[in-house]
Ligand binder design. Sequence first.
Ligand SMILES: C[S@@+](CC[C@H](N)C(=O)[O-])C[C@H]1O[C@@H](n2cnc3c(N)ncnc32)[C@H](O)[C@@H]1O
Length: 560
Amino acid sequence: MEVDKPLPTYGALELEQSFSVFLELPESDSFFDKKKNLLQKKGFNTKELCLLRSSHPDLIRTSLKIMLQIARIINLDEVELYFSEDDASLTVDFYSPRNEIVSLNSILRLVENSLDGHTQMQKNILEELRNVISDMIANCSDKNNVKSVIVEDHCCDKESCLLQWGEANGTRSRLGIAYVEGAGRGAIAREDLKVGDTALEIPASLIISEELVKKSDMFHILEKRSEMSSETILLLWSMKEKHNNNSKFKVYFDTLPEEFNTGLSFGFEALMVLDETVLFEEIMQAKEHLQAQYEQLVPPLFNEHPDIFPPELYTWEKFLWACELWYSNSMKIMFPDGELRTCLVPIASFLNHSLYPHVTSYGKVDSTTNTLKFCLSRPCSSGEECFLSYGNFSSSHLITFYGFVPKGDNPDDVIPLELEGDEGDSEDDSCISSITTHMVRGTWFSKNHNIFHYGLPSTLLDYLRRAHNPMLQTKTLLQESLENEMEILEQLRLIFDDMMDKLGDVDLEDRENTRWDVKLAIEFKDIQRRIVSSILTSCHSGLDLVKDNLCMCMAEDTRG
Ligand SMILES: C[S@@+](CC[C@H](N)C(=O)[O-])C[C@H]1O[C@@H](n2cnc3c(N)ncnc32)[C@H](O)[C@@H]1O
């Protein structure tokens, strides 16, 4: 899971009978230049002051519309930014459910932080703004909600014990634990929860971090080895702690599954299904890395210190179990001392991932309460599963390290395209051959399927246009430009035809009775085929569109 990203530096300025909200794209943003460009294309600067003069709902809505356009761009991630450019000339009212919820919350947080100590007029404006934002979030929630099915008769005794242990040790939870179809345990709201409510609050003393290992008998051995990262030390600690009956965290370890079923445990048959896919590469690379790490680190430890590292607890299988535990259950947490640590957080680790999560912002221990809070960015009704975002991950990453594919269309499911091109050097006019990485995703995400767009990313199309004919004035309805369009669409069609051939025909297994890993492998290939097929359809429609325009252009030329 990923830690909370630093929030953009928003601030609020007070003016007599009005209220101004200051939105700023921080210069520290990794994509500052690209976002600045996009803001400017839409008529905004990197610092904007939005003035609210009345609490009338219509005026508040109008102001919020403008603030939201800016906040959306500030909160774009790398993939959203890459694909946003094809919409640069359009009024975009939506990038992704995640972006929408994060952007609305960033404005809401700013407004809420400013509620104290203002005039009645300002309070009315703020209150109305808050209502409008809450309505918009609720609206967005209705459209994107994915309901989980609770398995009613599954025993949850161990999970209940863990909850009781947590509550006895200062945890506050408005979530219960239940089994949900297709996802193991999940966290279910015990009451209606609103935006801003704390669903779960865990004291820092219940978080498993490297601080704990420092107190263990193995630390003096591990700290001497320069090749040991704190994550590896924690991993080796958890392999033994799992079997420690006196562990402070025994009740937590008792809830962990014996098998994690991530891509790292895929068997031969599943890997065969994945042959020639990016997921195959990702799993093989991760496994080879872990095997090499095991061979280098673990046997020397149990050979030299069998009393501290009993060989029967430090087998390859048990090492792999611990890797899967840490990959699929850890969170990066920022502590009040400013350190970012990889941690296991009992109880919070029951929260499943969604493309449209309720909790989007977490990962920082509150220094006043010394607790880790999970606050809602969108409402969650009583009985509904409460979801987290583990990060903006593709299906291949989620399968490899977590062992599942989320429900819905994942905007991070991109296909990387490595293109070879000659980049002209402006200084000495020499040409350097280079590889540029672009990406493509399901073209159903795009709103622009017109000529010169075709549902494909503008960054990629512009790159290909330049590569084919650097001197040409592109995107005009003139013969040369249209012929260039035909060439680049044809090039893309060939690339994706080849990709589709490699994916082969639909795997016709009896899916209900197939092993978990083969089922996931087949599901991944289905996703890939759907993406490639949408791209091919867009190439074909694009070619037809360009051909029609070329015919018209030539007919006009003939007429003179
Ligand atoms: C942090 S744990 C969440 C709790 C977990 N369901 C359990 O029973 O322990 C992460 C694991 O939950 C499962 N998971 C999380 N989100 C999921 C989802 N949307 N669909 C299916 N499985 C999911 C995956 O097995 C993942 O490795």
